[in-house]
Design a binder for this molecule. Structure first.
Ligand code: FPP
Length: 248
């Protein structure tokens, strides 16, 4: 089956080559807002609308999981007013869009240390996770107060603890076992990472999971990365020759 764009791009996507798990580094909100003569926070606010738009389309395309990098462990270095603003976004976001996720069978999840967020932010995320937990469509996963190095260190510490307590033996430690200790353990393997705004770096995002992910760096700022841009990115993905270190 084909998914066809009805615009001038004429992009056709093949169902059998749709990635299972895509992830976004949603960059460029601040520059997008500045270009419009608006405060940086306006960019974050407008950027949230895009999460909903792309999640609905990803769900329609049969993508199983979409992870969005909403707040990194390093983002605490930003001015407190910006941090506070981002922490208030989930409340408004889920108030408006949770019904769309419920209607469209989308399941909300998170990875990261949401226990470090204010209670009101934490509660709204946990409530959305709870209300959508039986949905079987797209998993929309928020990386919130997330850092990949921290995730890996937490996994190492948990494994050491379990070895010490005798729950597992050192010999059992394998790539599969290690993965089961990561915050992303229940998500499908990551196929595709998309970063917006022209920056080409990984910024401490899903480093373990990206071992064999394809990558796409778009010059478009996140608030402008619309469904058409998603199709362009997926078109690129469908042309990738994934060999996982082997030969074809
Ligand atoms: C990077 O752009 C973006 C962020 C650090 C935050 C992204 C967050 C959202 C889009 C909202 C999250 C929403 C929910 C519901 C949790 P930047 O500020 O680094 O942009 P710049 O590089 O242009 O300055």
């Amino acid at each position: 089956m084909l998914f066809k764009r009805k615009d001038e791009s004429n992009i056709e996507l093949m169902e059998e080559l749709i990635p299972q798990h895509i992830a976004f580094i949603m960059d460029g909100n601040g520059r997008w807002a500045k270009k419009k003569g608006m405060p940086r926070t306006y960019g974050h606010h407008e950027g949230t609308k895009n999460i909903r738009t792309l999640a609905l389309e990803a769900n329609r395309l049969g993508i199983k999981a979409m992870t969005v990098y909403a707040f990194s462990t390093e983002n605490f270095k930003r001015p407190q007013s910006e941090v506070d603003f981002i922490f208030k976004l989930p409340k408004e976001f889920f108030k408006i869009y949770l019904k769309d996720f419920l209607e469209n069978n989308i399941q909300v999840r998170y990875i990261g240390h949401i226990e470090q967020a204010p209670k009101s932010t934490r509660d709204v995320i946990l409530d959305s996770v709870e209300q959508t937990k039986n949905n079987t469509g797209l998993i929309l996963c928020f990386a919130f107060i997330y850092g990949a190095q921290d995730e890996i260190l937490c996994a190492v510490k948990d494994i050491v603890k379990d070895v010490k307590e005798g729950a597992i033996s050192e010999d059992e430690i394998s790539e599969e076992l290690f993965e089961s200790y990561l915050m992303s353990a229940d998500l499908p393997p990551l196929d595709y990472m998309i970063r917006t705004s022209g920056e080409c770096r990984l910024s401490n995002f899903m480093l373990w999971q990206m071992a064999y992910a394809e990558m796409y760096f778009s010059d478009v700022y996140w608030p402008d990365f619309d469904v058409e841009e998603l199709y362009k990115a997926l078109d690129h993905y469908q042309k990738c020759d994934r060999r996982y270190g082997g030969l074809k």
